[in-house]
Design a protein around this ligand. Structure first.
Ligand SMILES: [Zn+2]
Length: 297
């Protein structure tokens, strides 16, 4: 199988990174999408994947940087002649999000206009996803891919559940954190995984700045803690992702983020700090994700 990191950034518009989206592709070319942040659909096309061929979507939580490309993905799939309804798994609230987009939803006018064309009527089911709101435990098994999930710690659970994921396919195990502070659930989900893809939103120097200034909220995993998690779980390889723009050189981001980030510290050199801090506790194979990075397993 292969994994394509479609988007590796966080919540702000970033000229160098799309938002969270990971595509798992089996050897028989079946695709499974995990999160659908900004740019996910376009990145599929750049990775030579037809969005209409992606029939499975798992949303780890409902923050915009994990779901905002979803409407575009569904409409694009429809226009690219997708057949069948997409299957969408996610936390409580996923049904509300999905059901208020197209027919009688935010894109109702577009839907009404386009569905008048006979060619678009042929596959209206592509606009009517099947939604399953999931709970901790096994959530999916199609005979090729098995998925189990657990709650991770990112947003208060009464606002939105956030899930970490364990995927078993082709004899391999992949774990994905979604967004989370360090938590035991993620150590369990990643136990002995061949690959752990884990968020690593800010370097230690940013976290210290945010703690000192009291600006912004913090429910992410530091590189030092990520090394501990990877080591305790005994993962065979680690990919850090969901980078919170600290490596950006964009003047727009620097100006806009000055209130909640130490923008004078920003730059690509911070990736070295990330690696050094992960390495304090984890010595196995390590990669820092970038958009369209491909991982063969
Ligand atoms: Zn996020």
């Amino acid at each position: 199988m292969k994994i394509t990191m479609l988007g590796t950034g966080a919540a702000l518009p970033d000229p160098d990174r799309g938002q969270s989206a990971i595509l798992l592709t089996l050897d028989d070319d079946t695709h499974y999408l995990f999160d659908c942040g900004e740019g996910a659909t376009r990145q599929m096309v750049r990775a030579n994947v037809d969005p209409a061929k992606v029939g499975f979507v798992f949303l780890t939580h409902l923050h915009h940087d994990h779901i905002c490309d979803y409407p575009y993905f569904v409409i694009s799939s429809w226009m690219l002649n997708k057949t069948g309804a997409p299957l969408v798994l996610g936390p409580k609230g996923t049904r509300h999000f999905v059901d208020h987009l197209f027919e009688n939803g935010a894109y109702h006018t577009d839907y009404q206009a386009r569905s008048a064309y006979p060619v678009r009527q042929a596959n209206l089911e592509a606009m009517r996803p099947e939604v399953r709101e999931v709970s901790p435990g096994p959530v999916f098994d199609d005979g090729r891919v098995r998925i189990s999930v657990d709650w991770v710690e990112h947003i208060p659970r009464d606002v939105c559940e956030c899930f970490g994921v364990r995927v078993e396919a082709e004899g391999k195990v992949i774990a994905f954190s979604g967004d989370t502070a360090p938590c035991e659930a993620m150590v369990r989900l990643a136990q002995d995984a061949d690959l752990l893809i884990h968020e690593c939103t800010f370097p230690e120097s940013f976290i210290a700045h945010r703690a000192k200034t009291g600006v912004g909220t913090y429910a992410h995993t530091s590189p030092t803690d990520l090394g501990i998690i990877a080591s305790r779980a005994g993962v065979k390889s680690l990919v850090a992702t969901h980078f919170g723009h600290f490596d950006s050189t964009s003047p727009v981001i620097k100006r806009a983020a000055a209130k909640h980030l130490p923008v004078e510290l920003m730059g690509p050199h911070l990736m070295d700090e990330i690696v050094a801090d992960i390495r304090k506790n984890y010595t196995g194979p390590l990669r820092l994700a970038h958009d369209l990075m491909r991982i063969d397993l």
